[in-house]
Design a protein around this ligand. Structure first.
Ligand code: ADP
Ligand code: MG
Length: 631
């Protein structure tokens, strides 16, 4: 292969069974190139209309059920396969599969046949146009990913599809290797590592066991290496070509149909358009339940028959349990083929939209006994890894950070928009920190944990890495809950943040990739800004602290004053009222504009109230003692 010119555009393409994506890496790292409407994902669906050009993507998918005979989904299953191998599948497909030249499987529609390569080429063309529009330059070359188990014929068919779309496929890359590359796996390992890639997509499940040997490969070996020359060997693969998110969607559809049958007294017959609506609603409900505990579903079955029901996450998880168990059986098989025990695996990478489901993450974590990598979007991670490889082949230097140290401090947001730093910049990886926090409001049952990165004192000036809720804390007075927040950064720079409320044992966690897309110059800028603003930041931090503490004073002193007002000398009570009012004014002004606020004025008003209220506290305590029931 000749060495490409340094400025050449080579994109990375994940040509998926259900969804396809195109990504590109620039100085800021790999990113998916969205379509004109900002959608990152292109459904791998093509409608071959009789008298119009084919429709590709969202529009084709939205009407797939209404046009079953000429809408082609999951064409990837047909790539490079003989018709004879696919006889069983052909019976289940809504469109016609026929034997083409050399015994290959072909699609028949509107009186002509289409090779799977042609249909894949329509998807690739759409991705190419999407990339060209996003980058503003022509795109002629790509790295395209395929499942690790694809044979030569399937890989060749993928190359041919590229050629038909006007794309030179400069490398075919295994999907699990791409996912590992996106996480920078290999670069930092001092010795070989075993990686498991768990990929649960729309219609297929694949698990791969990889051995990564850092710096083992020499020259431009095609088998899968990154810029550091790390070698990715596939030790074993297993999977199920008819197991994925679609199966769960089908179970949810059945659940909705059963509810309809119950409500309308007998099975409802479904027109294609109602079936389409039902399918869409089932998938949306499944997706919503990845972050909500319950989801309302409303379906119009026609003839004035409207159905409304609520599906819970617990219900969905019990439907999903047998499917998840089947994926774990594949994991067992792959591990045994590779001759490796589950606890000898160094890292697990999650791929595929379905791994957003908390139940899937938990099951995989439990099976391997460690937290799987999920910091990058599991639907985008394969395309991002393809883009990483593409950038290497294009001769662009990877000017991203090599993470031997944490480039920017990591912390969480505390009351009033201030930052509590847990891990300071320049700490060596791996790193760990634990800190205790509490609530600021009485009876608070949810706490939002907002993870940020940067050197500045205020959240607004730092980079937000992610947020999650710690829910279900029993109601307690402010300051009583003990929330332990733990940060763990591993050798690849992946940050796991977990929070546990110690009294109740409630816990929640998130994983993020703090280095992702941070180039050296960006880190430099953030550091410079932090020095330039250090004085301002400290002043504002002080204002925020004062506002928080003064608000608590106002509340507590105000409450005590109401309780014991009848015991007080009226002049003293009026004096306290006045001091509370002036502190409240100062607090409100500082809340409106913390930058302009005068911390000294605020501190004086707070101090004046604190001093004046000493006697009030004495009187309040005396009163409480008096009112205590006699024993
Ligand atoms: P493929 O690799 O087969 O093209 P994807 O990785 O794009 O598939 O995964 C598609 C599947 O992921 C679909 O079944 C979709 O419904 C599911 N999915 C997407 N987002 C979520 C989510 N938040 N929770 C659960 N499932 C999801
Ligand atoms: Mg995929």
């Amino acid at each position: 292969m000749n060495v490409p010119a340094p400025t050449e555009v080579i994109v990375g393409i994940d040509l998926g069974t259900t969804n396809s994506l195109v990504a590109w890496q620039d100085q800021r790292g790999p990113r998916v190139l969205p379509d004109a409407e900002g959608r990152p994902i292109l459904p791998s669906v093509v409608r071959l209309a009789a008298d119009a050009p084919p429709t590709v993507g969202h529009a084709a998918r939205a009407h797939a059920v209404e046009h079953p005979q000429d809408t082609i989904a999951s064409v990837k299953r047909l790539m490079g396969r003989d018709f004879a191998e696919l006889r069983a599948l052909a019976e289940r497909l809504p469109f016609a599969l026929v034997e083409g030249s050399r015994g290959m499987a072909c699609v028949a529609a509107h009186g002509r046949t289409f090779a799977p390569e042609e249909i894949s080429a329509m998807i690739l063309s759409a991705l190419r146009q999407q990339a060209e529009a996003a980058l503003g330059q022509p795109v002629r070359k790509a790295v395209v990913t395929v499942p690790a188990y694809f044979d030569d014929a399937q890989r060749q068919a993928t190359r041919d599809a590229g050629r038909l779309a006007g794309i030179e496929v400069v490398r075919i890359l295994n999907e699990p290797t791409a996912a590992a590359l996106a996480y920078g796996i290999g670069q930092h390992a001092p010795q070989p590592e075993t990686i498991v890639v768990y990929d649960l997509g729309g219609g297929t499940f694949d698990v791969s066991v990889l051995n990564v040997v850092p710096g083992a490969a020499e020259g431009d070996d095609a088998s899968g290496m990154n810029d550091a020359g790390d070698l990715f060997q596939v030790l074993a693969t297993a999977g199920d070509t008819s197991l994925g998110g679609d199966d769960l969607d089908r179970l949810v559809m059945e659940r909705i149909e059963a509810a309809a049958a119950e409500q309308f007294g007998g099975a409802v017959s479904l027109t294609p358009s109602v079936r389409q609506t039902l399918r869409h609603a089932a998938e949306q409900a499944k997706i919503a339940l990845s972050h909500a505990d319950t989801v309302p579903v409303a379906i119009e079955f026609g003839g004035g028959r409207g159905l409304e029901l609520v599906i819970s996450r617990a219900e969905l998880e019990s439907m999903a349990a047998p499917l998840i168990e089947r994926t774990l059986a594949c994991c067992r098989r792959a591990l045994s083929d590779a001759g490796i025990a589950a606890d000898a695996v160094d890292r697990i990478v999650l791929v595929g939209g379905m791994t957003r489901m908390p139940g899937v993450r938990e099951a995989v974590g439990r099976f391997f006994g460690r937290v799987p990598y999920s910091a990058l979007d599991p639907e985008q991670v394969v395309a991002m890894g393809a883009a990483v490889q593409a950038a290497v082949l294009a001769g662009r230097r990877r000017d991203l950070l090599l993470l031997d140290v944490i480039p920017l401090s990591l912390g969480i947001e505390t009351v009033g928009g201030a930052v509590a730093k847990l891990i300071m910049r320049n700490s060596a990886v791996p790193a760990r920190a634990v800190e205790m926090f509490s609530t600021s409001v009485d009876g608070q049952v949810n706490v939002l944990i907002h993870v940020v990165q940067g050197e500045r004192e205020l959240v607004a000036d730092c980079r937000s890495l992610g947020r999650f809720d710690l829910r279900g804390i029993p109601p307690m007075p402010a300051g009583v809950p003990q929330i332990e927040v733990e940060f763990v950064v591993d050798v690849n720079g992946i940050l796991d943040v977990s929070a546990v409320e110690r009294r109740s044992g409630r816990r929640a966690a998130i994983q993020v990739a703090p280095s992702h897309g941070l180039a050296r110059d960006e880190v430099d800028r953030m550091e410079r800004e932090s020095f330039a603003h250090a004085r301002d930041d400290m002043r504002i931090h002080r204002v925020i602290d004062l506002v928080v503490n003064a608000s608590l004073d106002i509340k507590w002193i105000g409450d005590a004053l109401q309780r014991v007002r009848s015991d007080l000398d009226p002049a003293y009570a009026a004096d306290l009222d006045g001091r509370i009012a002036s502190l409240r004014n100062a607090v409100e002004a500082a809340r409106r504009d913390p930058v302009a606020a005068n911390a000294d004025v605020l501190a004086e008003a707070k101090q004046a109230l604190d001093v004046a209220s000493v006697r009030l506290h004495e009187i309040a305590i005396a009163r409480s003692l008096r009112e205590m029931p006699a024993r």
